[in-house]
Design a protein around this ligand. Structure first.
Ligand SMILES: Cc1cc2nc3c(=O)[nH]c(=O)nc-3n(C[C@H](O)[C@H](O)[C@H](O)COP(=O)(O)OP(=O)(O)OC[C@H]3O[C@@H](n4cnc5c(N)ncnc54)[C@H](O)[C@@H]3O)c2cc1C
Length: 519
């Protein structure tokens, strides 16, 4: 695939960015400057490397409609009515798609939704979502605690939350389907209450300033104010608190996932149950006007291994969206990302991996009651009300040293006893008497570099786009992230929210985009 081609000088500018890293040592200031400048050029719309269209183009036959018709005819001609003369292959992927979304969690579905919603002409884009596990038995989306808040430290994350809050508020304007019942996300608008010790009070105050600048409705509360509004809180060790008054609370993640699925089916998005196991790529060696060589890759075929089978189906495609959540680092590796020599852009991995988080549910008849917001304590233990039967749920992210084994989803009950309950009981004396009723563990899609999302194209594998790594806040940001990725695919740049700081390039540039309000 691909020989050495000489490229015109104007294109050389775009390519310079890639050359800047090839075989180069990391850390040189001028290289990084060059890389940064070239990235800006590279993200302009109309880049031929990022074109939408498969190698052969493709047809969009109404295959399902025709099969159903033929089945009906055969069945009516045969004795008995339960026998199915045709093997149902609706779960198999098609031979080609314009966009293949790897991962059918909330983020992958949101990307698929916005691609169809923003397409210029009806049925212009053929989108295929590939999900390996139809039961979602390990997916982060279904293990999440469903929270949405505006109380982040970075303006971009606050903007994402504001967009998503509006999306969720008007969910039926987006996801309603004719003849289906209206979507009910079971939203609880109870707000988030963040508590800060003396040490963290200034940071909390500054965060609230940023949140208000972005348009979020958040207020600061003194310990006295706290005691009046939430008399069940012991304010010992609390210097300041912030409380979200609008667009904060929690909802049912499963309802959102199902609403997206139903809507996507009505929009003509294709679904396939199988695992993406391989990308077939072509590469193009190029030479910049200054004589530097560069190797760009393009995925042209995705292999989908069918469930309980050794067979795979190749799917020809133009664009791949990596929305594989906690496993997106592994999916990136399939495309060779992170497999190059250390210190080069090819050698930089997508730093997203599964990190196990426990959620405990307890019963406490004397607990704070219906007015309980989601409380994040100074100790980073969090809790909220769960339903209306005096139940609560909560947990705490472990420290680096405490990180549990991420190869299973077993729950460590001692973690609650030793690391969670003491803080709960200190903050809410009524929690001294509680009964743990159940617990579960789920995986954060954890970005080890800066605990923030990764969005947009890879600089070398030019048609792989990321939508991953949100490390515990991906559910609430999914509606906005889906739109951002669709804009980047369709228009070549972000339009609604500038998500350039979330690009993969920051790993090479060693520029952290650190979100501090993570728990
Ligand atoms: C305990 C817990 C609490 C949380 N609380 C919140 C919260 O309050 N608010 C919030 O906003 N976020 C929260 N999160 C985070 C949130 O759940 C995630 O950020 C979000 O769900 C990520 O969505 P996703 O679609 O990227 O990942 P997932 O839901 O994990 O979906 C990815 C899918 O990709 C599939 N996949 C992987 N590899 C392949 C492959 N090779 N081929 C085909 N399919 C593949 C997987 O099967 C999976 O279904 C929480 C997470 C946990 C674990």
């Amino acid at each position: 695939m691909g020989g050495l081609v000489r490229i015109p000088p104007w294109r050389g500018k775009v390519i310079t960015k890639v050359v800047a890293e090839c075989g180069a040592l990391r850390g040189s200031g001028s290289e990084k400057l060059m890389f940064r400048r070239a990235l800006q050029l590279g993200l302009r719309p109309g880049l031929s490397f990022r074109r939408l269209g498969t190698r052969r183009g493709g047809s969009t036959l109404d295959w399902h409609g025709k099969v159903a018709e033929i089945k009906k005819k055969i069945q009516s001609a045969l004795p008995g009515d339960t026998w199915d003369p045709l093997y149902d292959t609706s779960h198999l992927p098609p031979e080609h798609a314009d966009v293949v979304v790897v991962g059918g969690g909330v983020i992958g579905l949101s990307v698929a939704y916005w691609l169809k919603k923003l397409e210029k002409k009806r049925d212009a884009i053929r989108v295929l979502v590939v999900e390996r596990d139809s039961t979602y038995s390990k997916a982060s989306t279904v293990f999440s605690v469903g929270g949405i808040r505006q109380q982040f430290s970075l303006p971009e994350n606050i903007q994402l939350s504001l967009f998503s809050a509006n999306f969720l508020r008007n969910i039926n304007e987006y996801l309603a389907v004719v003849d289906a019942p209206p979507v009910d996300l079971q939203f609880n608008p109870s707000g988030y209450l963040l508590l800060a010790s003396d040490k963290d009070a200034a940071v909390l105050e500054n965060n609230v300033k940023v949140q208000r600048q972005e348009g979020a409705k958040v207020c600061l509360m003194s310990p006295e104010h706290l005691r009046t509004k939430f008399p069940w809180i012991n304010t010992e060790g609390v210097a300041l608190a912030s409380y979200g008054m609008e667009g904060e609370g929690w909802f049912d993640p499963w309802s959102l996932l199902q609403a997206f699925r139903l809507k996507l089916q009505s929009m003509g998005v294709l679904f396939s149950q199988g695992e993406v196991t391989r990308f077939v790529t072509s590469s193009t060696s190029m030479e910049t006007s200054s004589g530097e060589k560069v190797n760009l890759k393009r995925i042209y075929e995705v292999h989908v291994k069918m469930d309980n089978s050794l067979e795979y189906q190749p799917v020809e495609c133009a664009i791949v969206i990596n929305a594989a959540g906690a496993w997106s680092g592994q999916v990136a590796e399939l495309a060779g990302i992170g497999m190059g020599p250390p210190g080069t852009l090819q050698g930089i991995k997508l730093p997203v991996e599964p990190r196990k988080r426990y959620v405990y549910v307890w019963h406490c008849p004397q607990g704070p009651g219906l007015e309980t917001p989601l409380v994040a304590d100074v100790s980073r233990v969090y809790f909220r009300r769960e339903g209306l039967g005096c139940n609560y749920l909560g947990g705490r992210s472990p420290t680096e040293e405490e990180e549990p084994d991420p190869t299973n989803l077993e729950v460590d009950h001692d973690f609650f006893q030793d690391k969670v309950w003491p803080h709960l009981a200190k903050r809410v004396p009524a929690f001294n008497n509680l009964k743990v009723q159940s617990a579960w563990a789920g995986f954060y899609d954890y970005n080890t570099f800066d605990q923030n999302g990764v969005v947009g194209p890879h600089p070398l594998v030019v048609n792989m786009y990321f939508a991953t790594g949100f490390s515990g806040h991906g559910l609430q940001h999914a509606p906005a992230v889906g739109r951002a990725v669709a804009e980047m695919v369709l228009e070549g740049h972000f339009q609604t929210i500038d998500m350039s700081p979330f690009l993969f390039s920051r790993f090479y540039l060693e520029e952290k985009f650190q979100e501090r309000n993570i728990f």
